[in-house]
Design a protein around this ligand. Structure first.
Ligand code: 26W
Length: 789
């Protein structure tokens, strides 16, 4: 990076875009000028990368979500220009952090699945892999959360307010997407994905829906102004907003339209590119392309590719199906039944009858094939794509895809043995595991520059950031008091920074000398934030009884967004806020413990919370969390896991050792045994402490703002609500074990050296959870693609 060059560019840009001298520019303007200047510096490399990829097989990652977060800081890290630019900004009289902070998060995703896609983009570029992402450019990303009168409220996320210097609109690559009742334009916005070192720049192509014509002039002339704009609005609705759903399939028309819009634009783009480079030798299609489907959301790509090949390119149906069968692979991210996408056949009929016709033809092939294998109709049933008036998206993906994978070892085993057992007996060779990972650039080098410096210092160079298994070398410092002290000094510094931020944002004072016990993730009953909350309430009652209780000072921190229509998730937020209110206002108890629910938890907030955590809470009901990735971020930053044997927790503990983590509660096998005669009320009656906290939900101790939602939560745990069984997620069954394990945490935290060693063992053994490892496994074992020089 030429510092002088960047500065000159910024000066010029400030004049052109803002009509002023750079020295008068506001912070958002400086951010815009700097980002644009950096863009100008990478276009050549971006172009060179594209050229170099032409001679190689490529993979395409199709995802309805990319939870990117901020771009500037991360791109500076990957360009290895952070310090240099920080200096330049200093010369301009501003601090680099302040400029980073004005950027809005690109929150084009909900949670784990979307953030995984973002980490995969970073790792693909860093590993020099020819991978292109396809997604949607939502004008409004995931809603902004704030708290009012003790509960969650939502606000639109207008992330494009200061412009979008980090993408380039490519009008010349526009395609048309045809629905039965309307045709719309899909305009690509290309986002550069800068690999670490800045040599390789990959592309994330996000589609935006626009009308074929701006407005209907005839209607306008007839003074029907609203009508004239109707089509424009209807079209722009398609990419207006991200659905904030992260587990519940609501079967909404607009969401189905979004999905088809994404896949139709992307498949047309891929086919157009193939024709340009390889003519129409369709038999070679899968030699050049692998397409990964990120969950079922983009599965319509399968019939859409077939439609293009048959209707537009004149291929025979069976040949087109064969091409699809060698091109697509599917990743499953959840076993929750309510998350499995099933679309009404009627909806598809209305929106795109031709696609439905193709799906029917695929289903017929499936039935014939199973018939030949001697399957009865009854045995076939779980595999069918069309049944009960619905299209079962996962079945379509598994039947046509050449591979399918789970996202952690335990999750893949559950898919094989139970959830997808019927498919496993049919096609065992299709099943793979790809344990998730996270990018060490954003989650360590950027988020925890202090720790990154220490590591670089001790390992001699920065190469660990591209080969994270090198962190293993840190185990040699396990008895090195000086090193352990430095490690803890950094943890303390990150806690101080977080405390300042929380003070400013939430108006709550917390003590950096207390234990930071952190649970951050989407809010869902299966993740059991309420188990943590009930424990905290119990600790409060015990402290009230015995102010001398021997525990270290502790701060419990939560961050989570609830899907706006998920009533009970919102109750749980209300519960935690009520408990926080009770405790933080209690002068005596709040000297020993505090509770904070941070508002609007997002990627940028995570970058502040994760490095400051002493303890990582990962307490989902065993078998329910497919993998988790927050658990890996916290491990990498030195927080032992307090968790159940679920998802990737199993592998985390396998790497860093059970003695360096806190594992409690029912395991998958235990739940299988318990499930048919589980009686939560028995736990309530036999455990007075548990009874006390549950009763507090309904006896007036806690204020639910007159909503009645604490009573509903109480009923859901003890009696069952509607047709749901009581306590489906085994909160009451795990309460006692949780409490005993938390006692062990307090005991261990007293021994500072021992705690530092546990922290170090987590950092040093987190190497396999780099998404560089994960993406290389996708490249080698699914896609058949190689790094490009
Ligand atoms: C149809 C609505 C909907 C939307 C999103 C259903 C399901 C989803 C996602 C599958 C939810 C999700 O993000 N799953 C998470 O994926 C992560 C990445 O693999 C895993 O680490 C998490 O365990 C899993 O919950």
């Amino acid at each position: 990076m030429e510092k002088q060059c960047i500065k000159e560019y910024m000066e010029m840009y400030s004049k052109i875009a803002y009509g002023k001298n750079l020295k008068y520019a506001t912070k958002p303007e400086i951010w815009g000028a700097l980002s644009t200047a950096l863009m100008s510096q990478i276009v050549d490399k971006w172009h060179d990368t594209r050229k170099a990829y032409k001679a190689h097989k490529a993979a395409y990652y199709l995802s309805a979500e990319y939870l990117m977060g901020r771009a500037l800081g991360n791109n500076l890290i990957n360009l290895q220009a952070y310090d240099e630019i920080a200096e330049l900004l200093k010369e301009l009289g501003v601090n680099v952090n302040e400029i980073e902070e004005v950027e809005e998060d690109a929150a084009l995703g909900n949670g784990g699945l979307g953030r995984l896609a973002a980490c995969f983009m970073d790792s693909s570029a860093t590993m020099h892999l020819p991978v292109q992402g396809y997604g949607l450019r939502y004008r409004n990303g995931l809603f902004k959360q704030y708290f009012k009168d003790g509960g969650q409220l939502e606000e639109a996320d207008e992330w494009l307010g200061y412009g979008d210097p980090w993408s380039i609109r490519k009008d010349d690559y526009t395609v048309e997407v045809k629905f039965q009742d309307m045709t719309v334009k899909a305009i690509p916005y290309d986002v550069p994905i800068i690999g670490y070192g800045g040599e390789i720049i990959n592309t994330l192509r996000l589609w935006q829906a626009e009308p074929l014509c701006e407005f209907n002039f005839n209607l306008f002339n007839n003074q029907e102004y609203d009508k004239a704009l109707e089509e424009k609005n209807r079209t722009e609705d398609i990419t207006r907003v991200l659905y904030p759903n992260d587990s519940n399939d609501q079967g909404k028309l607009l969401r189905l339209k979004q999905q088809y819009f994404l896949v139709s634009a992307s498949m047309q783009d891929i086919v157009r590119d193939f024709k340009k480079h390889h003519g129409n030798v369709w038999g070679d299609f899968a030699k050049w392309h692998a397409i990964q489907l990120n969950d079922t959301h983009p599965v319509l790509a399968i019939p859409e590719l077939i439609r293009i090949l048959v209707d537009e390119e004149g291929e025979e149906f069976d040949k087109a199906l064969d091409i699809a069968r060698t091109t697509f692979a599917y990743t499953n991210h959840t076993i929750l039944q309510e998350a499995l996408e099933k679309w009404d056949i009627r909806l598809m009929e209305i929106l795109f009858p031709r696609i439905l016709q193709i799906i029917k033809a695929i289903d017929e092939r499936l039935q014939t094939e199973l018939g030949h294998k001697g399957y009865t109709m009854e045995k076939m049933n779980p595999c069918l794509i069309l049944k009960d008036g619905k299209v079962h998206m996962a079945n379509l993906a598994i039947y046509v895809g050449f591979a399918l994978n789970g996202v952690a070892k335990l999750h893949t085993e559950i898919l094989k043995e139970t959830e997808l057992h019927h498919w496993y007996t049919l096609y065992p060779y299709k099943f793979q595991n790809k344990t998730n990972g996270i990018t060490p650039r954003r989650w360590l080098v950027l988020a925890n520059r202090e720790l990154a410096h220490l590591i670089t210092n001790r390992l001699g160079n920065e190469s660990w950031a591209m080969d994270l298994t090198k962190l293993k070398q840190l185990t040699k410092y396990i008895e090195d008091e000086g090193f352990l002290e430095e490690l803890m000094a950094i943890k303390h510094e990150k806690k101080v920074q977080l405390a300042h931020y929380i003070e400013e944002k939430e108006g709550i004072t917390i003590d950096p000398d207390s234990l930071f016990d952190i649970q951050v993730k989407r809010l869902h009953e299966y993740k059991r934030q309420h188990l943590n909350a009930l424990y905290i309430l119990d600790l409060y009652f015990r402290l009230k009884e015995n102010p001398e209780l021997d525990i270290p000072k502790v701060t419990f921190i939560f961050g989570a967004k609830a899907f706006p229509g998920y009533y009970r998730a919102k109750s749980i937020i209300r519960l935690i806020l009520a408990i926080a209110d009770l405790i933080n206002k209690d002068e005596g108890v709040s000297k020993k413990m505090k509770v904070v629910f941070v508002s609007n938890y997002n990627v940028s907030y995570a970058q502040k919370l994760v490095p400051a955590a002493d303890l990582s809470k990962q307490i989902s009901t065993a078998g329910k969390e497919a993998s988790g990735t927050g658990n890996m971020k916290l491990m990498l930053n030195g927080a032992p896991t307090f968790g159940t044997y679920d998802g990737a927790n199993v592998e985390i503990v396998g790497e860093s050792g059970e003695e360096n983590n806190f594992i409690f509660g029912l395991r998958v096998e235990d739940i299988e045994k318990l499930q048919n005669n589980y009686n939560p009320r028995a736990y309530y009656e036999q455990n007075p402490d548990l009874k006390r906290v549950l009763d507090a939900l309904v006896d007036g101790t806690l204020n639910d703002g007159g909503t009645g939602c604490f009573r509903e939560l109480y009923d859901s745990l003890l009696n069952g609500v509607n047709w749901d069984r009581a306590d489906q997620y085994y909160v009451l069954a795990d309460f006692k074990a949780f409490k005993e394990e938390q006692e062990k945490v307090f005991e261990a935290y007293k021994n500072k050296k021992k705690w530092a060693q546990m922290s170090l063992m987590n950092i040093a053994n987190s190497g396999v959870f780099s998404s560089d490892r994960t993406i290389m496994q996708y490249a080698n074992e699914i896609w058949g693609i190689n790094p490009v020089e």
